[in-house]
Design a protein. Structure first.
Length: 650
């Protein structure tokens, strides 16, 4: 009896040992890295350890599925030759096709709970799981030590893990957000008092002191009254809340009225309030609102997404209800891994959302600059700055030069050049042929605006920055999306591929203000440059080019030849021509009564009038004789067809 008992104990011990080995085998690093370079190379000396009972909030981020398929889809929705052109997904469709599975999501939720975390938030795209836990819980679950380090560039300490986290969970995580505070997000605004190179103040603005109101930017860059943003929303990324008293003061002093509802949405429990009496500065937040509202005064609503981490903020924007298509970020941060935010940006693109990112206020990008991210990300509309002149108060555009501090250059984060930028870069002597170049577009950023903030201060010609340009552009695209929907079309989505096509076309100088002077370390030149990108929007022309006209006309199809002979087992070809009338402007998708027929291209891209080569293979199983092939085209709510007579011989 004793011998049997001893054997059983030994067996149990052996099984426990094997289980521990298996558990360790499951422990694996995440798909992005977390360790700051400064902690690894000794630039940031270790000075202590976070208290083990200190509570922290983290975001556990799961990876997307089917990345190859998603990459192909993202290319298609921006390609007017593709049948998927501007055929966007809902949040639910994106989740089912490319998001984590419910099983994997549940696995990570259960892992968090089993390891002592409290789950305080989940997301409908199954990317984010918000948890809270003590430092000791974090160290045990992720096999790290949470140290306190002296910051090598700032007069403060920061906390960070000493190694890459390796949780014992069956699902390999993408990222864990909140493990360090090495980078404190900063707004991309600029104070005239800190810049001796500042240009003369505005003298033709409508606001006090002849400074520019947001409405002056609408007059300069749109110049009409038809589109106001009706039915559209604008979303703003903000790391701090605001006090709407400042917005009200701005409108009172400008002798204007705001009729757009403002929604303050916290994505992770961050306070939506920002009071000067408590040491909080809402200058950036108020700037973003006044510039968006000035450009699109008839919006259905403006939402400020307020949070403490990039993962929470970007995911909140990508899963909002209603889903907002016109987004802006005037903040910069510095992730340990530049790919950390890509899943959120990819989801936005797949869903037809456009996010404009201020390109920075320190001139030429360089690796030594403290902050440039995410202005060189390939999924954002990188927005630079200009110095704008108008003809008078509330008057139209007069002239424009590149702003001296406009952020731009070659990606400091090593982001590869996107396919849609390759041809442009080849004709740009300052551009990289292998890395992302920026900015893409620009708008006024000179120290020429009227700003109210902090419940006590309104200033004239004191603030500038690409912070002003990004929300302007987001609201301008709200006007564009209003026009697109009125034309019976989809929202325009990620516009960079289209903008670069326009920039290389004969309509460039009609659609853009080409800015050819100014210097930020690079020189503004004819066409695309690293100071202003393609330039600023030229009134309603660019809106029409992006939104397209309403497809009120029609089209016909014809085949040449429309009679062909094909031997059994061979193939023949015919050219299908679409001829449009009445202003028809839509892609035309071709199909045929014989499934094996292929068309190139298909669809025939907007504006529709064009040709496609039909390749018609004949199987040996097709009997000899005369057959009729019907080719059908659909687009813009219109259907037309043509026929090809095929004589099959032996």
């Amino acid at each position: 009896m004793i011998r049997r008992f001893t054997t059983s104990v030994l067996t149990i011990v052996a099984l426990v040992a094997l289980a521990n080995v298996a558990s360790r085998a499951e422990s694996k690093p995440l798909l992005t890295h977390h360790v700051r370079e400064a902690t690894g190379n000794g630039q940031a000396p270790l000075v202590g350890h976070l208290p083990s009972n200190q509570s922290m909030r983290l975001v556990l981020v799961l990876p997307l599925r089917n990345q190859e398929g998603l990459n192909s889809f993202l290319k298609d929705i921006s390609d007017p030759f593709s049948a998927n052109y501007r055929h966007y997904l809902t949040v639910e469709q994106f989740t089912e096709q490319y998001g984590p599975t419910q099983k994997d999501y549940n696995t990570v939720v259960n892992f968090a709970k089993a390891n002592g975390f409290t789950v305080v938030g989940t997301s409908r795209n199954r990317l984010n799981i918000d948890v809270t836990g003590t430092v000791s819980t974090i160290e045990s679950a992720f096999h790290v030590s949470m140290g306190v380090y002296q910051h090598p560039e700032e007069n403060r300490t920061f906390y960070a893990p000493d190694r890459e986290p390796t949780p014992n969970v069956a699902v390999q995580l993408w990222h864990i957000t909140g493990l360090d505070n090495y980078s404190i997000p900063k707004p991309l605004l600029s104070r005239r008092s800190e810049h001796p190179e500042a240009q003369p103040p505005a003298t033709t603005g409508s606001c006090p002191g002849s400074s520019f109101c947001g409405s002056d930017m609408r007059a300069a860059y749109y110049g009409q009254t038809t589109l106001t943003g009706t039915g559209q929303y604008v979303g703003l990324l903000e790391y701090l809340g605001t006090d709407l008293t400042d917005l009200n003061t701005y409108y009172t002093n400008a002798h204007q009225t705001n009729n757009v509802p403002i929604t303050l949405t916290s994505v992770d429990g961050t306070s939506t309030n920002c009071f000067a009496s408590q040491g909080c500065d809402d200058t950036e937040q108020t700037i973003d609102m006044t510039q968006a509202l000035g450009m699109a005064p008839g919006l259905a609503g403006l939402t400020m997404y307020i949070g403490s981490t990039d993962s929470a903020l970007l995911n909140g924007m990508a899963t909002g209800s209603p889903l907002i298509y016109n987004l802006s970020s005037s903040w910069t941060w510095r992730p340990a891994d530049a790919t950390t935010d890509d899943p959120y940006y990819e989801e936005m693109q797949a869903q037809g959302q456009t996010i404009f990112q201020a390109s920075g206020d320190s001139g030429k990008w360089s690796k030594s600059q403290e902050f440039t991210w995410p202005s060189d990300n390939q999924y954002v509309e990188s927005t630079g700055g200009t110095d704008l002149n108008t003809t008078g108060a509330g008057g139209p555009w007069s002239s424009e030069t590149g702003w001296v501090d406009s952020g731009g250059g070659i990606s400091p984060n090593g982001v590869a050049i996107p396919s849609w930028q390759v041809t442009t870069a080849a004709g740009c002597s300052s551009c990289s042929q292998t890395l992302r170049n920026g900015p893409d577009i620009s708008a006024n950023a000179n120290w020429s605006f009227y700003v109210c903030a902090d419940q006590t201060t309104c200033t004239e010609n004191a603030y500038g920055g690409t912070s002003f340009a990004a929300p302007m552009w987001a609201a301008y695209i709200a006007l564009t999306n209003q026009q697109a929907l009125e034309n019976g079309k989809a929202v325009v989505g990620f516009i960079d591929p289209t903008l670069y096509t326009i920039g290389l076309s004969s309509s460039y100088n009609t659609d853009f203000h080409d800015i050819t002077s100014g210097n930020n370390g690079f020189s503004a030149t004819v066409g695309f440059d690293l100071v202003t990108g393609w330039g600023s929007p030229n009134g309603a022309n660019l809106i029409a080019a992006l939104a397209g006209s309403g497809s009120t006309g029609s089209f016909t199809l014809s085949a040449n030849p429309n009679k062909i002979k094909i031997k059994q087992g061979s193939s023949g070809k015919s050219t299908i021509t679409a001829s449009t009338s009445g202003g028809f402007d839509a892609a035309i998708t071709l199909s045929s009564s014989l499934k094996s027929v292929t068309f190139n291209p298909n669809p025939i891209p907007a504006p529709g009038s064009g040709t496609s080569t039909a390749t018609i293979p004949i199987s040996v199983n097709v009997p000899t004789g005369i057959h009729t092939l019907k080719v059908t085209g659909t687009g813009g709510g219109v259907t037309a067809s043509t026929t090809i007579t095929i004589s099959v011989t032996k």
